[in-house]
Write a protein that binds this ligand. Structure first.
Ligand code: FRU
Length: 324
C-alpha cells in the first residue's frame, strides 16, 4: 500500500446522480484509487437529479463529520449556501465536474468545458458548407458544463456569419433528447448536430434514422468515456466526440494530498482532446482493462477480509482457551 494518512478517514461524496454510465465510471475510478489506501472510507450519496435532495445529503455529510467533502453538483446555483457552510466549517471541499457559483471551496477538479465547446466549434466550422445549419442539443441549462460548452462553441463560430444555429434542450438525457427531436420538424436541412454529451448524440442519431432525412447529418458529442459512447464512435453513429474525463482518480489523489496537509491548487484541470473512430478504439481497450483491474482489486479485498475474520476467530479462540 501507498504511504497513507495514519488513521481512518472518511471521504463523503455527494453525486448529483449515479444512474448514468459516465458517473458509474467516475465511481469505479474513485474505488480503484481508494483501494490503494487502507485508511480510507468512501461514503457516496446519490441526489437523484434533485438539488433539494443534494442539499439535504450534503448537510447530512457535514453533520456526520466527514474529513473531506466531494461535490459533483446537479445545478450550479442552488448548492451555493450548503457548500459555503461546509467550507466555512473547515471541511476541505472538492468540487468536481460541474461548478457551484461561489469561491468558497478548496479546489475544483474538471476539464475545461469552454475549451471543449471551442474545439467542437472549430470542428464544425471546418466541416460546414457555406450557409450550413447546426442544431445544438443542450445539457441542463442550470449546470455549468452546458453553459460553458455552448459559450465556447458560439465563440469559435463567431466569424462564420453564414451559419444558421438552432437549439433544443436534452438536459443531458437520452429520453428528453428523443422527445425533443421527435417533436422537432426541421431536421431535414440540418448539416451538423452538436450534442453536449454522447448519450444525447446517440439519441439524436436514432431519431434521425427513424425520419426521412434527405442529406447526411454529422453528429458531434462530448464525453468519449463510456462504453456506449465509445462504441457509437467506433460504429459511426457519432462522428466525433471530445474527451471529458470523470476525474475519479484525481479526486482521491487530491483528497489524500489534503489529508497529508499538502497544499493543492484552486483549479485542477483535466485533459481534453478530440476523439475520432480510431482513438475510440484505444479508449475502449483501456475501459476493458480498468474493469478487469477493478474486479481483481475487489477479489483481493474479499480474500483479505476472509483472512482477517479467520485471524480474529483464532485470536478469540486462543483467548477463551487461555481462560480455561
Ligand atoms: C453525466 C453527464 C455527462 C456530462 C456531464 C456534465 O451525468 O451528463 O455526460 O459530460 O454530466 O456535467
Amino acid at each position: 500500500c501507498d504511504s497513507a494518512p495514519h488513521h481512518s478517514y472518511v471521504i463523503g461524496i455527494s453525486q448529483c446522480m449515479t444512474d448514468d454510465e459516465w458517473r458509474e465510471t467516475m465511481i469505479q475510478e474513485v474505488m480503484i484509487e481508494a483501494a490503494n489506501y487502507d485508511s480510507l472510507k468512501i461514503e457516496i450519496r446519490d441526489a437523484h437529479s434533485n438539488s433539494e435532495e443534494q442539499i439535504h445529503q450534503i448537510h447530512e455529510l457535514i453533520d456526520r463529520g466527514v474529513d473531506i467533502l466531494v461535490v459533483s453538483p446537479f445545478e450550479s446555483e442552488p448548492l451555493v449556501e450548503v457548500v459555503e457552510k461546509a467550507y466555512r466549517a473547515g471541511i476541505p471541499t472538492i468540487i468536481t465536474d460541474r461548478r457551484v457559483n461561489t469561491d468558497c471551496y478548496t479546489t475544483f477538479i474538471g476539464a475545461d468545458n469552454q475549451k471543449i465547446g471551442e474545439l467542437a466549434g472549430q470542428f464544425a466550422a471546418s466541416n460546414l458548407p457555406k450557409g450550413g445549419k447546426i442544431l445544438e442539443i443542450w445539457g441542463l441549462p442550470g449546470s455549468s458544463p452546458a453553459m460553458e460548452r455552448h459559450r465556447g462553441f458560439v465563440s469559435s463560430l463567431a466569424k462564420r456569419k453564414d451559419i444558421v444555429c438552432d437549439s433544443v434542450h436534452g438536459n443531458w438525457l437520452y429520453d428528453d433528447t428523443r422527445k425533443a427531436l421527435l417533436a422537432y420538424d426541421s431536421l431535414n436541412g440540418i448539416d451538423i448536430i452538436y450534442a453536449h454529451n454522447d448519450i444525447m448524440a446517440i439519441a439524436a442519431r436514432e431519431v434521425m434514422q427513424g425520419k426521412k432525412i434527405s442529406r447526411p447529418i454529422m453528429v458531434m458529442g462530448v464525453d468519449a468515456v463510456t462504453n456506449t459512447g465509445l462504441k457509437a464512435l467506433q460504429e459511426g453513429q457519432i462522428d466525433v466526440s471530445f474527451l471529458y474525463p470523470t476525474g475519479g482518480e484525481q479526486v482521491i489523489r487530491t483528497a489524500i494530498q489534503i489529508l497529508r496537509g499538502e497544499s493543492v491548487p484552486k483549479e485542477i484541470p483535466l485533459y481534453t482532446t478530440t476523439v475520432d473512430k480510431n482513438a475510440a478504439q484505444t479508449l475502449l481497450l483501456q475501459n476493458h482493462q480498468r474493469r478487469n483491474y477493478q474486479k481483481r482489486i475487489m477479489e483481493q479485498r474479499d480474500k483479505s477480509n476472509q483472512l482477517l475474520s479467520k485471524y480474529e476467530f483464532l485470536q478469540n479462540s486462543l483467548w477463551i482457551i487461555s481462560l480455561l
